[in-house]
Design a protein around this ligand. Structure first.
Ligand code: IMP
Length: 200
């Protein structure tokens, strides 16, 4: 079966292809459909944004569409930055500006109250198909950045059960335990079920 991933991000396509290996899925991306421009992420939740992207791409291509949205939810900040993680410190914010803003907002908050979780949601939309896969990883926001791998908030996030930040881990380790890996594992089960049913 064919599926199209609602992203131009080559890195995401490759990571997802890896995790879906062995399934009978030919994965396309928005690079195959240049006529679909940027899709605005203006929802109030990760689920809304993922659904909107997958719906838009499915309506345009009539192929099973997958779209993900991810956020960092910090308990002491009432779940912020959450759906606004990419533009926490403003439109076009860099990763390091966002990290600085996060450290500033958590200034003075003691270690035991610096808990957070990464949450990744994947919407799968096809003809008569509207499914959601999700994965989360709980951890702690440390007091200064550590590590040079990864991206985004990786240098500030230590997943529970580990001593290294996501950015200090080898990418294979991060990608085996991450919020995205968990959501993709669930998406893999859903896709396997759809393929077996012959619905796609
Ligand atoms: P997206 O939905 O994958 O584009 O993620 C939105 C924002 O969340 C990104 O701009 C990053 O700031 C952050 N983010 C998503 N995934 C990760 C991750 O694995 N590590 C660190 N930050 C992430």
């Amino acid at each position: 079966m064919k599926a199209v991933l609602a992203t131009h991000n080559r890195h995401k396509v490759e990571e997802i292809m890896d995790i879906l290996a062995g399934l009978d899925v030919e994965l396309l991306s928005l690079d195959n459909f240049p006529e679909i421009g940027e899709i605005e992420e203006d929802g109030d939740t990760l689920e809304e944004n993922a659904r909107k992207k997958a719906r838009t791409v499915h309506d345009a291509t009539h192929i099973l569409a997958l779209a993900d949205d991810t956020g960092l939810e910090v308990d002491a900040l009432g779940g912020r930055p959450g759906v606004y993680s990419a533009r926490y410190s403003g439109e076009n914010a860099t990763y390091s500006q966002n990290n600085e803003k996060l450290l500033g907002e958590l200034n003075g908050v003691p270690g035991e109250r610096r808990t957070a979780k990464f949450r990744c949601v994947i919407s799968i939309i096809g003809d008569g198909i509207d499914e959601i896969a999700a994965g989360e990883v709980r951890g702690t926001i440390i007091g200064e950045t550590r590590g040079a791998n990864g991206f985004g908030y990786d240098p500030l996030f230590v997943p529970d059960g580990h001593n290294e930040t996501y950015a200090e881990m080898a990418s294979e380790l991060k990608n085996s335990l991450s919020h995205r890996a968990k959501a993709l594992a669930q998406a893999r089960v859903i896709l396997g079920r759809l393929a077996a049913r012959g619905t796609v």
